[in-house]
Write a protein that binds this ligand. Structure first.
Ligand code: NAP
Length: 277
């Protein structure tokens, strides 16, 4: 049976360390979150982030806009926050309303306040193999989880399913920077299971049930990023957890794996940005 990669336990350990660190900081970290539109999941995520920040002693403000918000309004708010010395980190909650150019909005954030690490500047640094101000939260959380359990990355074959800018691409690049051999898969990939069967580390970031039994080699490490909600509202991941955990060596559960690590990384990033000033 696979060992569970316990994201909640590691998150709590990270929070303990952060609390003490923040108490001793001269400049308190301040996170500004922009929430545009009325996506119910986004509202829940943003509230969780705010509560979590406050528990750790991070100042947090949420600026909300209706779905009719214009790009000009968002850009002007971001400019204001970029210039506000009391704000050390800015997050734009995705998805944005369909008429808004999300790339334009994200790129308006000053790179040294870009707590999600999603601006072209920070992404460019990551892809050049240089150090960005911070790494994107979910990929960073995944690597922290692998490291916590002493899972070797260098020389391993990592297969990443999903190629979003938020998860798939940056996690693949971070693994490559740590000397894994990386294969990326997506919706047009043919014979997915032929590829996943060669993975030492499999990361699935899709949001659909794509990883079943007989798709993995024995003792593979499985990281499930996906969030899949069934008709009864029950949350699970991309992976058939019950069956796959019989052959994997390690597996991250959903919930309780990557999710808590994403929020832990967000808090870590907020503190890191406050320290650079
Ligand atoms: P996304 O932007 O929708 O990307 C999904 C990716 O999956 C795309 O690259 C898509 O390929 C690929 N895909 C779709 N169907 C596929 C299939 N049948 N076989 C192989 N690949 C397929 O999603 P995302 O933002 O990366 O998020 C992915 C999942 O992770 C979602 O469930 C999201 O809720 C979850 N998530 C969780 C956390 C967390 O903290 N736990 C954080 C972020 C995201 P194409 O590019 O070809 O369309």
């Amino acid at each position: 049976m696979a060992i569970i990669l316990d994201g909640k336990k590691l998150r709590d350990k990270i929070f303990e360390g952060l609390k003490t660190k923040i108490e001793g900081m001269a400049v308190k970290p301040s996170l500004a979150v922009i929430l545009a539109g009325d996506d119910p999941s986004s509202e829940i995520y943003v509230n969780n982030k705010k509560k979590c920040a406050e528990k750790l002693g991070i100042n947090s403000i949420v600026i909300t806009y209706p779905s009719s918000v214009t790009e000009t309004e968002l850009l002007s708010k971001i400019e204001e926050l970029n210039n506000d010395k009391n704000i050390t980190a800015i997050l734009v909650q995705l998805p944005l309303p369909a008429h808004i150019d999300k790339f334009k909005i994200i790129d308006a954030i000053a790179p040294q306040k870009d707590v999600d690490g999603l601006t072209t500047y920070n992404g460019g640094k990551l892809f050049a193999g240089e150090k960005p101000y911070v790494y994107p939260c979910t990929p960073k959380g995944i690597l922290l989880l692998l490291d916590e359990y002493g899972i070797e990355i260098a020389g391993k074959h990592a297969v990443v399913i999903g190629r979003s800018n938020l998860v798939g691409k940056p996690v693949a690049q971070m693994l490559l920077n740590r000397n894994a051999t990386v294969t990326m898969c997506h919706s047009k990939t043919k014979k997915l299971s032929d590829i996943t069967k060669t993975a030492d580390i499999l990361i699935s970031a899709v949001g659909k049930k794509v990883v079943g039994e007989n798709m993995l080699k024995n003792n593979c490490v499985v990281i499930d990023v996906g969030i899949f909600r069934d008709e009864n509202g029950k949350i699970s991941g991309d992976v058939d957890f019950e069956k796959v955990s019989k052959t994997a060596s390690y597996i991250s559960p959903v919930p309780g794996g990557v999710g808590p690590m994403t929020i832990a990384s967000l808090m870590l990033n907020t503190v890191e940005l406050a320290l650079i000033g």
